[in-house]
Every structure is written in structure tokens, then in C-alpha cells.
Design a protein around this ligand. Sequence first.
Ligand SMILES: [Fe+2]
Ligand SMILES: [Fe+2]
Length: 177
Amino acid sequence: MKKTNKKILEEIIRVDHAGERGAIKIYEGQLLALKTFKQDENLKKQIEEMKEHEKEHYEFFDQEIKKRNIKPTKLLPLWDLLGVGLGFGTAMLGKKAAMLCTASVEEVIDVHYKSQTYKLEGDEEELKNKIIKFRDDELHHKDIAYESGATKDGLYGLLDKIIKTSSRIAIKVSEKI
Ligand SMILES: [Fe+2]
Ligand SMILES: [Fe+2]
């Protein structure tokens, strides 16, 4: 059976661990805004539901990181801060921006998870299947976001590009450090 490259495997688990945690933090930031300045029961419910999935994703990678003795990224505290900030900021801008935030991030994660599945060999079938399942969940989140008002019109298109570029940088850095 073909074996997965150890370094690549570690990078995959490290970055996904950071990313799923980041997703939880973004939603925490959004919920904070929605519980204080921007009350919206419906939006709050949707976000809480998506956050539950992210928790499941995060817990899986957290177990993997411990089981396999992989170092998490050193930048977790920074991602926590930026995640909450991004979530809070987008929710303060309104429902369209909050939902665009999910759509933008999930579009990056879609490609990211897909590319990972090609790097995992037969010895990591279980991990591969998890990533395929999680990618499905993320695509579902993206659909929810567009159904709930995410848009790339006008200045939202700029916000989309900023969020995507930041997410890609965070991914690159978290694989390595
Ligand atoms: Fe997730
Ligand atoms: Fe998600």
C-alpha cells in the first residue's frame, strides 16, 4: 500500500486543526455581535447550527493531533483573535456581510480540502474519508450562506477578496509554523 508522506500528513492535520478552530472563533465573534448590538434571532440560530458542525470537525482534528503527536500551529492565539475579530466585524456590518464571510471562507476551504484528498494515500483512507465528509458539510454551509443573503455585489466583492486572501495566507502559514 502506498504510504502518505509524513511531512505532508503533519501539515494537513496541523492546518485543518487550526482552520476548524478558526471557524469556531469566527462564529463566536458573530454570535457576540448578534447577542449584543445586532439582535437577530434567525441569523443567530443558523450560525449556532453551523458552529456545532465546526466543533465536530475541530474535535476530530484535535484528537488526531494528540494521537499522532503533531505540534499545533504556534499561531493559534493569533488566529483566535483574528477569527473573533472577523466574525464580530462582519456581523456588525449586517446579515449580508456575515453570510458572505461564511461563503468566502467555505469557497477557500472547498478547494483546500479537495486538494488534500489527493495527497492522502491508501494508508490514510480513514482521514481522507473524514475530510471528504467535512468538505461536504462546508459546501452545505456555503449554500446556507447564499440562501441567507450572502452577496458579492459592489463593496461586498472587495470584502470577499480580502477574506479569501487572508484565509489563504492563514492556511499557508499554519501548514508550516
Ligand atoms: Fe468545518
Ligand atoms: Fe463550515
